[in-house]
Design a protein around this ligand. Structure first.
Ligand code: F3S
Length: 405
């Protein structure tokens, strides 16, 4: 890979040890993928995880004097204010200290401390063709597919390196030739709400490896549905990009989506596929139909979704806890609008900056929750927390009655 003067100087240490280290990692990545050169980025998103490896790397870079040239937005950990404050089951001092260190490390590196995994909806939205370095399951496919921006499926660490150096090696989805579809997916299922996009995304086994081109989807698809599709495609598989014919910008027609070539595979997704998945993937409720809590926001819910829930529970009382995970922007707007008070009065908690795959949920161990997101069910299982998966309306109803009907 040939470096320009600035990149070579960085590799040689002219901008400090941290920047040199980041460039060395990216140089190795570029060599591994046969990239001919590095190109500048204008945006980055780091899928910070607040886990040991993530903190080790961020602190190592900080100690070496690294500073981001491109301030990246970051993923959620857990909200220190809530989980050491009003939460009835606070985190241990050790867990709180870990989150404080994560916060300090990313602040020191110059990140935007957004703690939100859906930056592509509001806080870090690229334009068509913009070269970015995005990690996070739903984020990379969203900016490639929906916005027509360009990013490879970066890891949290490689995205942080890109934010520090301001460059990425040019390979993969940065190149026109690699952005064409190769799997034609006929969706025959009735996509009646955002929930079905969660289930469609979980069809990775059936869809197979590559870039899916979806046909048969409705003419209008919400931002939330597209968020769900990308998140679950990268829970059931590894997809940097997809196309929706007549909807996403690089797929005005089937021919364009496939670059004039024939699909390598054709797949049909039916209502039965989605229903079978829901059954197979759901954990069992207590006594056949009882659940202990409801959790939404994996990926983070939007203000619109928080408002939808508020409308359905206004003036009522939940019989089980309901946790709604959102960005801090959404919390602020919900407070201004009175939505926060409506949710709180009914017993729901609107929590910013937090992810289900964090130690802050220790008190849910051994319990069975209900959620509309298979990804929300996937990660907490390793912490001994189980979930039924149902559409949002059924989940809201379950929170009001404690039962799933
Ligand atoms: Fe977001 Fe955490 Fe889920 S990063 S997508 S809330 S696992």
């Amino acid at each position: 890979m040939i470096l320009n003067e600035d990149q070579q100087a960085m590799l040689d240490g002219a901008y400090g040890e941290g920047a040199a280290y980041a460039m060395k990692i990216q140089y190795a990545l570029g060599e591994a993928f046969d990239a001919p050169r590095m190109v500048p980025i204008t945006r980055a998103h780091v899928a910070l995880s607040n886990q040991a490896g993530d903190l080790w790397f961020a602190e190592k870079m900080l100690k070496a004097g690294a500073k981001c040239r491109i301030a990246p937005t970051v993923n959620p950990g857990f909200c220190l204010g809530y989980f050491t404050g009003s939460c009835a089951h606070p985190v241990t001092e050790e867990d709180a200290d870990h989150m404080r260190r994560t916060d300090a490390a990313y602040r020191g590196l110059g990140a935007v401390l957004s703690y939100n995994c859906t930056p592509y909806i509001a806080s870090n939205v690229p334009n068509f063709g913009e070269i970015c370095a995005f990690s996070e399951s739903s984020a990379t496919p969203y900016i490639n597919s929906v916005w027509g921006a360009r990013s490879n499926r970066e890891s949290a660490n490689s995205a942080l390196c890109a934010a520090i150096t301001g460059y990425v090696p040019e390979y993969g989805l940065l190149l026109d030739a690699n952005r064409k579809g190769n799997i034609l997916v006929h969706v025959e299922a009735n996509m009646k709400s955002d929930y079905e996009y969660h289930l469609l995304g979980m069809m990775g086994d059936k869809i197979g490896e590559g870039i899916p081109v979806f046909t048969g989807l409705p003419a209008h698809i919400s931002s939330e549905a597209l968020r769900n599709l990308g998140a679950q495609l990268n829970t059931s598989g590894a997809y940097g990009m997809y196309h929706i014919v007549g909807f996403t910008p690089e797929a005005p027609t089937v021919e364009v989506a496939f670059g004039g070539k024939k699909p390598q595979r054709e797949v049909v997704i039916t209502d039965k596929d989605l229903k079978d998945f829901e059954e197979k993937y759901s954990d069992k409720a207590h006594d056949g139909n009882k659940v202990d809590f409801a959790m939404f926001g994996c990926p983070h819910f939007t203000l619109k979704e928080a408002m939808y829930i508020a409308k359905h529970i206004e003036g009522k009382k939940l019989v089980i806890p309901m946790y709604i995970l959102v960005s801090s922007d959404a919390v602020e707007m919900a407070r201004r609008m009175g939505v926060y008070d409506v949710l709180t009065a009914a017993g729901a908690e609107l929590i910013p900056d937090s992810c289900p795959d964090q130690p802050c949920w220790h008190y849910l161990k051994g319990k069975v929750g209900i959620t509309e997101s298979p990804k929300c069910a996937y990660y907490p299982r390793r912490r001994g927390i189980n979930f039924m998966i149902r559409d949002l309306d059924t989940c809201i109803e379950a929170a009001l009655t404690g039962e799933v009907n």
